[in-house]
Design a protein around this ligand. Structure first.
Ligand code: DON
Length: 314
């Protein structure tokens, strides 16, 4: 199906599909371990698709703001690669999926020197946050926000202070990971300032339209789809997309590759950033999560769309 015909078909059907797929939220639960996230509406489901032609389609609760959470890890990885280069980044994190939950400590003790397996699990993302250049945690976070705004083509994304504080006050698991990494000499910076950057990046608030636009830049190999200007070197986008396929949906990444087959990254607020290479970017919000921490209705909706439009890369 040509993309023009697909967009007409989407325009005709997307609102109905979103309404029908809200029912899947009943299979999941809104995250509560970050107290501020517990207020999210269980039944919400929204999506925006942004095609390289400029066409944008939204449905459902696409206008509902949500925090990036783990989706931010893709963008801090990109910024760290741009700040430090590939060699320095991969001295600190590996390139392999873990098969474990996103905040697991398990594998840090199984290998020496306890280097996180990849940059998209919490341990890896915390190390990546320590590599972002800046004079202070605030300055580093500000650089991350500016990068997100540039890719979103929108000055809207900002840190949600309530979510930031809520996580900072309760993050015993992430603190444990960071102290463990520090003890193993994988984390060179101080623990608390590093975690401060990490909590701020996770609390950047966005909408589906902003996430779809960010996805479109990745789908376009790092170039602004409308001006052609290089925002991210293509090589680094390729690295990020590879991690999205192998680790983006955590220990459900294999199943997602089979059922949907496109690069994607989820966050615990219920967001998903996905993209069809060379074609379009997608932003989804559905706060009810499945047992792997991915938006349950969001994953079902992506599967429907991928099957209907034959999006799988494989
Ligand atoms: O560090 C955390 O636990 C959260 N700020 C982010 C985790 C997350 O989004 C996992 N995604 N499904």
């Amino acid at each position: 199906m040509s993309s023009v015909a697909a967009f007409q078909d989407l325009t005709d059907n997307l609102p109905d599909w979103v309404e029908a797929y809200r029912a899947y939220a009943a299979e999941g639960r809104v995250a509560t371990y970050i107290p501020e996230l517990a207020h999210a509406p269980q039944q919400a489901l929204g999506i925006t698709l942004h095609h390289k032609s400029g066409a944008v389609i939204s449905a459902g609760d696409a206008g509902m703001p949500f925090t990036l959470q783990s989706i931010s890890k893709v963008f801090t990885l990109l910024l760290a690669l741009m700040d430090r280069g590939e060699k320095a980044v991969f001295e600190k994190v590996g390139m392999e999926p873990t098969g474990d939950v996103f905040n697991s400590m398990l594998k840090l003790e199984l290998v020496q020197p306890g280097k996180p397996f990849n940059p998209l699990i919490n341990a890896g993302a915390i190390v990546i946050s320590s590599l972002i250049r800046g004079d202070s945690p605030e300055h580093k976070a500000e650089r991350i926000v500016r990068f997100i705004r540039e890719l979103a083509g929108d000055e809207g994304p900002s840190i949600n202070e309530h979510v930031y504080r809520s996580e900072a006050e309760t993050a015993n698991r992430n603190r444990s990971l960071a102290y463990f990494l520090k003890d193993n000499k994988v984390l060179d910076e101080e623990v608390e300032p590093t975690l401060d950057v990490y909590f701020r990046q996770c609390a950047i608030e966005v909408t589906c339209a902003q996430v779809a636009r960010m996805g479109l830049v990745l789908a376009n190999d790092g170039a602004d789809p409308f001006t052609g200007r290089e925002l991210i070197p293509k090589r680094y986008v390729r690295i990020a997309k590879s991690f999205m396929v192998t680790c983006g949906m955590y220990n459900a990444s294999g199943e997602f590759a089979i059922q949907v087959g496109i690069p994607a990254k989820s966050g615990v607020a219920g967001g998903i950033l996905a993209l069809v290479p060379g074609e379009l970017g997608i932003g989804i919000i559905g706060p009810a999560l499945n047992d792997k921490g991915n938006s349950t209705a969001g994953v079902h909706l992506l599967r429907l769309l991928s099957e209907r439009y034959d999006w799988s890369m494989f």
